[in-house]
Design a binder for this molecule. Structure first.
Ligand SMILES: NC(=O)c1ccc[n+]([C@@H]2O[C@H](COP(=O)([O-])OP(=O)(O)OC[C@H]3O[C@@H](n4cnc5c(N)ncnc54)[C@H](O)[C@@H]3O)[C@@H](O)[C@H]2O)c1
Length: 321
């Protein structure tokens, strides 16, 4: 193994969020020291509360507060920084707040890494950086990269900053381009949205887009396991991996799963446009071949990941919308 996890220290921005809380729990379970830094804007303290004092330390802080972030990181002196804090909403519009949340935040984290002499950064990028790719499933070396959403553009800009800091200051990077992630502690996303709509009106389900959109979903369990698998195994300076399951599922099929579990007989009402929102990638399928060749085989496909998530949201354990 190139990097040990047991006994190492991880500083996790956004560690109280959906994916962040799952990786925090996995790290604590593997015997790592975990410092979560989160402003709780979309995450929840309840997701990590049970781990506080048992290998996890929580600091409420904003990644846009450059000085506080730098001093909090330096005080921990982590072996790796996991940078997951972001506004995860792919339907975002535009504006300075957005640039701050998506790009300035990454710059601040990198500056803090430089001052704290951190050697490894793990970053949550997205398959949205590929835009409307001509090759499916889309491999990591696909280009030119032409995102069609502000969200994708900010992830690509962050990847660029990470690459530059790595080259200039000798920081190893682990960039992961996630497919649509679903599962325990989800606070947003298609299953979450559809179930909340049905809770408000159990006889009719309004679906964004015409339902024919096909997307690749990955379980959060596979997502965080794959991240730590690659981090532990690769000692390379530069690492870029897609994290996705083997297949796609249509939005109409997802609506069927949700209706079947939550409100049998509810009528599905589709939109008239193919995409659900401006910047929606209606046929999104990123390749997991590199990840599998490296030795990590996902346990869930898109359908089983969606079904498990629907069961979780319906169990009442999810954070209220
Ligand atoms: N969920 C997905 O399908 C998906 C897909 C691709 C990439 N990603 C990326 O993965 C990361 C985690 O996403 P998630 O789905 O867990 O979302 P999330 O909203 O549940 O988690 C983000 C966390 O960051 C925190 N945060 C936001 N702004 C902050 C700030 N300025 N300072 C400190 N903390 C801040 C939030 O409180 C939250 O706990 C994000 O970078 C997201 O863009 C998510």
């Amino acid at each position: 193994m190139a990097n040990s996890i047991e006994g190492s220290k991880f500083f996790i921005t956004g560690g109280a969020g959906f994916i962040g809380s799952n990786i925090s729990e996995l790290l604590v379970g593997k015997g790592a020291n975990t410092a979560v830094y989160d402003n709780l804007s979309s995450g929840s303290y309840s997701f990590i509360e049970g781990l506080v004092g048992k290998g996890l330390k929580f600091t409420k802080g904003d990644v846009l507060d450059r000085e506080f972030l730098a001093s909090a990181m330096k005080a921990e002196s982590p072996d790796a920084v996991v940078h997951f804090a972001a506004n995860p909403n792919a339907k975002l519009g535009k504006g300075q707040d957005l640039i701050n949340e998506g790009i300035v935040s990454t710059y601040n984290v990198l500056e803090a890494c430089r001052h704290a002499n951190v050697k490894n950064i793990i970053f949550s990028s997205s398959g949205s950086i590929y835009g409307i790719a001509k090759v499916k499933p889309t491999p990591e070396e696909y280009g030119p990269l032409k995102p069609i959403s502000m969200y994708g553009a900010m992830k690509l800009a962050s990847e660029g900053l990470i690459s530059a800091f790595s080259s200039m200051y000798g920081i190893n990077f682990y960039i992961f381009r996630f497919a649509n992630v679903v599962g325990r502690n989800a606070t947003h996303g298609v299953v979450f949205d559809l179930i909340n709509k049905l809770r408000k009106n159990g006889s009719e389900l309004q679906v964004l887009g015409d339902g024919t959109q096909r997307k690749s979903y990955v379980s959060v369990d596979d997502c965080v396991s794959a991240v730590l698998y690659v981090y532990a195994k690769s000692g390379d300076r530069e690492n870029i991996f897609n994290i996705a399951s083997d297949d796609q599922i249509s939005v109409s099929e997802i609506a069927d799963i949700v209706v079947d579990k939550a409100a049998k007989g509810a009528m599905k009402v589709f939109g008239t446009t193919k995409g659900g929102w401006p910047g929606d990638i209606t046929d999104n399928f990123i390749s997991n071949k590199k990840l599998k060749d490296f030795g990590y085989v996902p346990r869930f496909n898109s359908r089983s990941a969606i079904e498990t998530t629907a069961d979780y949201v319906l169990s009442g354990k999810a954070k209220p919308a």
